[in-house]
Design a protein around this ligand. Structure first.
Ligand SMILES: Cc1cc2nc3c(=O)[nH]c(=O)nc-3n(C[C@H](O)[C@H](O)[C@H](O)COP(=O)(O)O)c2cc1C
Length: 317
């Protein structure tokens, strides 16, 4: 049986993100994979309303789906996407981040959180492979959160990211076609996806540039100063993406590097166990909210804010 590989883009038609994605997918197809490709711009995807029905269900151990399930195309896409062995996402950078079309689609993955669904036995575990391409008009400096935000949206469904490519300085439509090196790099993304698929899931590892980014765990290029977490766990420095904890150390040649602490991967969001811990946090913080005492305080205080109205903007239709 051949591997199933899907490409998901959110870029302009026949432009940079689509071209690089097609090149990666072509490589997978040449190695026998069955390919599906979609551009999210062709679908109706509604914004997550923030109703939190899914996480409330999780707090009480029930799968309730998404309240928008029959209102747009998300569910139909997920039925195909979660059945894939690998997915390659190729997305334009807008304002340093992945475009809103992509984020809107991926934020709706919360109701499909596999750490939860597996825990309650609603789904079987599936090890999926993922790869990311972020396309921008500028250099790394103006794409500072693109790959990082893309990877952050991939944990929920266990897409293990094996390679990432930041395609820089291609602002104009199809400009990437002037850069053979970019086309080859996209093709290598496809090769690495196939290499990962042909490796036993437990032995799959990062196949991109070993020195990419600050974080030796997820290769993101973004760190934050740590603060005590909900249960007191504290690391001086955390990887903004996977949550690895550690500190900065100076190397012999005077450069800084991020060194992960001995227990620094205990909250690794790329793993089911790490996200399982976050489910405990949700149960503690959101679940712990629903006491009679808390609800009565909220009932007493909310009136002020419901009645307080400011001038707004009326749109004449
Ligand atoms: C609203 C908007 C914001 C953008 N912001 C950035 C940015 O912050 N950094 C960057 O490198 N490119 C930025 N760009 C440029 C696009 O990433 C670039 O045109 C890219 O090639 C689009 O990909 P596509 O051809 O696949 O649609 C922006 C483009 C638009 C339309």
């Amino acid at each position: 049986m051949s591997f199933k590989v899907m490409g998901v883009t959110a870029g302009r038609k026949d432009s940079n993100s689509e071209i690089l994605l097609k090149e990666a997918l072509l490589q997978c197809q040449n190695q026998g994979a069955e390919i599906t490709m979609i551009n999210l711009r062709d679908y109706n995807i509604i914004d997550c309303t923030g109703c939190t029905a899914c996480t409330h269900g999780m707090s009480s151990g029930k799968y309730v789906g998404c309240t928008l399930d029959d209102k747009d195309d998300k569910k139909a896409i997920m039925e195909v996407m979660l059945n894939q062995d690998a997915v390659i996402f190729s997305v334009p950078t807008y304002d340093l981040m992945p475009s809103a079309t992509y984020l809107k689609f991926m934020h709706r993955n919360l109701s499909y959180e596999s750490a939860f669904l597996e825990e309650i036995g609603a789904i079987e575990h599936k090890d999926r492979v993922g790869a990311l391409i972020a396309v921008g008009g500028s250099t790394r400096s103006w794409q500072s959160m693109a790959l990082e935000a893309m990877q952050a949206t991939c944990f929920t469904n266990d897409f293990k990211i094996v390679d990432m490519f930041l395609a820089t300085r291609v602002p104009a439509p199809r400009q990437t076609l002037l850069h053979d090196d970019m086309i080859s790099r996209a093709s290598e993304i496809g090769k690495n996806v196939m290499k990962a698929l042909n490796t036993k899931a437990s032995e799959r590892k990062w196949l991109g540039d070993e020195n990419m980014g600050w974080c030796p765990n997820c290769h993101s290029n973004a760190l934050v100063l740590g603060e005590p977490q909900w249960d007191g766990l504290y690391f001086p420095i955390e990887c903004q993406v996977c949550g690895a904890g550690g500190d900065l150390e100076k190397t012999e040649d005077g450069k800084w590097k991020f060194v992960i602490a001995e227990n620094g991967l205990c909250r690794d969001r790329t793993t089911i166990e790490g996200r399982g811990d976050h489910l405990k946090e949700i149960m503690h913080t959101q679940g712990g909210f629903y006491t009679e005492e808390n609800l009565s305080v909220v009932k007493d205080k909310i009136g002020k804010y419901k009645e307080l109205k400011f001038q707004t903007i009326e749109i004449k239709k």
